[in-house]
Design a protein around this ligand. Structure first.
Ligand code: ACO
Length: 400
């Protein structure tokens, strides 16, 4: 006879009263101990390895931050020099990777293209059979160095231009902007890009870090784990929100229209503010505060009217969000709200914003992979089954 499973057949998913105990979206589930990152979401605090994001944003480069995340300590000058040199030495892509980049259909979103190209670069790794955790640091240096080259080449080819080969005399951030635009960036642009990479480098067990760890926990290979992270990051509820936030400001179109747009779309409950809300932050995201300052500086000094207009729209919309949604429901603007305006001011196409996030976040993904797999246990949660059991099987031709 068909039947439903009783709660005691799946007691790991029920509470004392026999009701399903579901942590939808794995909210507040702790899957491991960690020493990488701490978020105090009620007091706008973020720490990488115990250092505040404000200090790191002010004093560290992306290279230094990646070292900190992977090796657990700030590098000495010599350690940093050696680490930086390894990154510089690994920027070049094999020619076959450029061939694949040219083959990707032009209407492919850059995050999808990045997923494909990253996977292909993994195929070209002569040590691809070496899956052990001990090989992750060298593979991570190689791929972290190459991601900006891949993203810039994809962007240029999509735009009908030739890729620009990396230079080893420029910093990670500066070289990326150079490859993207085909000219050496100013100090100001380099610093802003570098800062954005520091701010985006890590954020505890977010959806893309978890995806990376889930893949890694099966003892799969490094590239598969990172491609998993890229796939998760692409979604508009996660990293894709930085692109959506700027599209939203563009859609609003003018300062005059912000209040009306908010009323019609957000207060009505029809849509969400992109770049607002967070599973962990119920107070202002400290990264948003830093990005906002940079966006403001660009709005005031870049001389580009479009940047000023976007900033003014974002500023007014944020006033509404902070005064209403944040105050009462903890839905405050997040890191993705302001970052796009900084990139926009640096003349970067909107659809490249999430790939830039990936260029930075590979540092965090790798740190979590190293930490989790070093005392590995395969990730394997359960679901509460609501369906039937023991249904009578009907042969295909007899089904109505
Ligand atoms: N605008 C308006 N309302 C919102 C927003 C928002 N941005 N975010 C959440 N809410 C509301 C929801 O509608 C829901 O309301 P309800 O209880 O009346 O149904 C309530 O807040 C709870 O929403 P959840 O989706 O359950 O919250 P969750 O913690 O699961 O989601 C998320 C977090 C996905 C970030 C969400 O806030 C969101 O969609 N934000 C917009 C996209 C975004 O900015 N993502 C980037 C996050 S940062 C990052 O990943 C790098």
């Amino acid at each position: 006879m068909p039947r439903k499973p009783t709660p005691d057949m799946q007691k790991w998913c029920v509470d004392e009263k026999g009701q399903p105990r579901i942590n939808k979206g794995a909210e507040n589930v702790c899957v491991d101990e960690s020493e990488i990152c701490f978020i105090d979401g009620f007091h706008s605090k973020l720490y990488y390895r115990g250092y505040s994001i404000e200090d790191l944003a002010q004093h560290s480069t992306f290279e230094e931050t990646a070292y900190l995340l992977w090796f657990g300590k700030l590098p000495t000058r010599n350690e940093l020099k050696e680490f930086d040199q390894k990154l510089r030495d690994n920027r070049e892509l094999p020619e076959a990777a450029y061939d694949v980049i040219r083959e990707i259909p032009k209407d492919t979103h850059p995050m999808e293209a990045l997923r494909t190209a990253t996977s292909f670069v993994g195929n070209l790794d002569p040590e691809k059979q070496k899956l052990g955790i001990e090989y992750v640091p060298s593979k991570a240096i190689s791929l972290t160095a190459k991601l900006p080259t891949i993203v810039a080449a994809l962007a240029r080819v999509k735009d009908g231009k030739e890729p620009v080969k990396p230079r080893s005399d420029l910093s990670h951030a500066s070289n990326f902007l150079y490859m993207l635009h085909g000219e050496e960036p100013s100090e100001e642009w380099t610093r802003s890009m570098d800062l954005s990479l520091v701010l985006y480098a890590e954020h505890e067990m977010n959806a893309s870090a978890f995806s990376t760890v889930v893949v890694g926990s099966t003892l799969s290979d490094y590239y598969s784990a990172i491609v998993g992270g890229i796939g998760a990051l692409r979604g508009p509820l996660h990293g894709g929100a930085n692109e959506e936030a700027v599209k939203q400001f563009n859609e609003i179109g003018s300062l005059d229209n912000v209040d009306k747009w908010y009323q019609e779309n957000i207060l009505s409950g029809k849509r969400r503010v992109m770049g607002a809300g967070h599973r962990v932050y119920k107070s202002y995201d400290p990264r948003a505060r830093i990005f906002r300052e940079h966006a403001k500086r660009f709005a005031e000094t870049s001389g580009i009217p479009e940047v000023k207009k976007l900033y003014d729209i974002a500023f007014r919309l944020e006033e509404l969000v902070m005064g209403q949604l944040c105050e009462t429901r903890g839905i405050c603007t997040n890191v993705d709200y302001w970052s796009g305006i900084v990139y926009y001011a640096m003349n970067i196409p909107i659809e490249q914003y999430t790939p830039i996030f990936a260029i930075a976040r590979i540092a965090g993904w790798t740190a979590h992979l190293l930490e989790y797999v070093s005392r590995n246990r395969i990730v394997r949660p359960r679901l509460y089954y609501k369906g039937m059991l023991d249904l009578e099987y009907t042969l295909v031709d007899k089904r109505g």
